[in-house]
Design a protein around this ligand. Structure first.
Ligand code: S3P
Length: 175
């Protein structure tokens, strides 16, 4: 059985939906930010601050590639920027079905607030986090679009509803 990989912007709800979906399917959920944090021995913002985004991206790619060696199926949530590297996109395709959790910038902003814990949003208040989110979402949209096998519009849905929608759309069942 192929894994399910959740992609989308910060605030799209990937991590929470992954937990809900894994619960529905009795699969395991893995979150690449958490795996990076385990490897680095520090939180993502600290890693950005001490080693820079380049080092974070290297570790993120290593963690994503390592998932090919895991016994599946898994529900994988990846950081919002994982799609920016071609090698990551290739691995995600090989892992299984890729699902884009899409949301409007206003929804993303409501979910991330001022961006605390998200180094790319700068932590300098809601207005600047909103502008940055919009900019990143526009840059990445073509990548999400091209990679996704399935797109879920999440603006009006709770994480549990998104998870159930994925189960229905992919005709997945426990196993
Ligand atoms: C990032 C998103 C974050 C995390 C890092 C970079 C991005 O993950 O990987 O701060 O480039 O969009 P979430 O999408 O889970 O917030």
């Amino acid at each position: 059985m192929r894994s399910v990989v959740l992609i989308g912007m910060m605030g799209a709800g990937k991590t929470v939906v992954a937990e809900a979906l894994a619960g529905e399917l009795a699969w395991s959920a893995v979150d690449t930010d958490h795996l990076v944090e385990q490897r680095a021995g520090m939180k993502v913002p600290q890693l950005f601050a001490l080693k820079g985004e380049g080092e974070f991206r290297e570790m993120e790619s290593a963690v994503i590639a390592s998932l090919l060696g895991e016994l599946g199926p898994l529900v994988v949530s990846v950081g919002g920027g994982a799609v920016t590297r071609a090698s990551n996109r290739e691995v995600m395709r090989r892992l299984g079905t890729v699902v884009w959790l899409r949301a409007d910038p206003a929804t993303l902003l409501a979910r991330v607030g001022s961006g605390e814990g998200r180094p790319l949003l700068g932590g300098s208040g809601v207005a600047s986090a909103g502008a940055r989110l919009k900019e990143l979402a526009e840059q990445r949209r073509p990548l999400y679009e091209k990679l996704a096998d399935l797109v879920i519009e999440t603006d009006q849905l709770s994480p549990a509803e998104v998870a159930r929608e994925i189960v229905r759309e992919l005709a997945l069942c426990k196993g």
